[in-house]
Design a protein around this ligand. Structure first.
Ligand code: SAH
Length: 221
């Protein structure tokens, strides 16, 4: 490599390595997940004024009362979604937001279907994936509580906004053996939870307190 690395690029490379070290220290073990995060430029998903903080292990505002998730939580949810598998075929994500979690998934999943209810966030993410030539991400501007019935079934479903009651449609659109990951609960007291589907039965596990913005209904244009 020659001298064309920009000051920002240079800083972000070191900061990114520190972030990956932090994720390891916090217990993330799946190397494929760590590589997918290392390959996702988080500074592309935050506004100009926050770029210098993009590699902190913190949630940051993205406008429209929403946040980009904390990298550790993105890593943890992705790890739980994958389970023992190294790659999944199709995943449904509810809450595209900045598109950072989507970008991480796009490196580990053949096809990522992602739904966002806030118009400007949807359009920004759509433009980003198209500009980057990432063609295994399919975006939709809709209320994700109904899932994406015409693209079902999914090997995994990931919900990145909190709700006390996971919408029934999302369970219905999972394959047998599939996993749903979501922050479960009311504002202020949520637990990261997984549901593993076996036939019509679900094995439920709650494993960590988290803070997410709420899952809302309807769309904003
Ligand atoms: N994974 C995202 C998280 C964004 S915050 C990131 O790291 O950037 C959660 C997102 O869920 C917000 O963008 C919010 O608008 C969206 N959301 C909330 N309820 C929704 C619903 N019913 N359908 C689709 N998106 C929803």
């Amino acid at each position: 490599m020659t001298s064309t690395i920009s000051p920002t690029g240079f800083i972000s490379k070191r900061a990114k390595q520190r972030l990956i070290d932090t994720l390891r220290q916090k217990g993330i073990q799946n190397e494929a997940v760590l590589s997918a995060i290392a390959d996702s430029p988080r500074h592309d998903f935050v506004e100009e004024a926050l770029k210098s903080r993009a590699y902190e292990d913190k949630a940051l505002p993205i406008g429209y009362r929403q946040t980009i998730s904390q990298p550790y939580v993105v890593a943890l949810m992705t790890e739980r979604l994958l389970g023992k598998q190294s790659r999944l075929r199709a995943v449904l994500e509810i809450g595209t937001g900045s598109g950072f979690q989507t970008s991480v998934l796009s490196k580990l999943v053949d096809r990522v279907y992602t739904i966002e209810r806030v118009g400007p966030l949807f359009r920004r993410a759509k433009e980003y994936f198209s500009e980057q030539g990432i063609n295994n991400v399919f975006l939709r501007h809709a209320d994700g509580t109904a899932g994406w019935p015409t693209r079902r079934p999914f090997d995994g479903v990931i919900v990145t906004a909190a709700t006390p009651q996971i919408p029934e449609a999302l369970f219905a659109q999972l394959i047998d053996g599939g996993t749903l990951v979501a922050p479960e609960g009311q504002e202020g007291k949520q637990k990261l939870s997984t549901w593993k589907k076996t036939g019509q039965q679900f094995q439920h596990q709650s494993f960590r307190d988290v803070t997410f913005v709420p899952l809302e209904t309807g769309v904003e244009h």
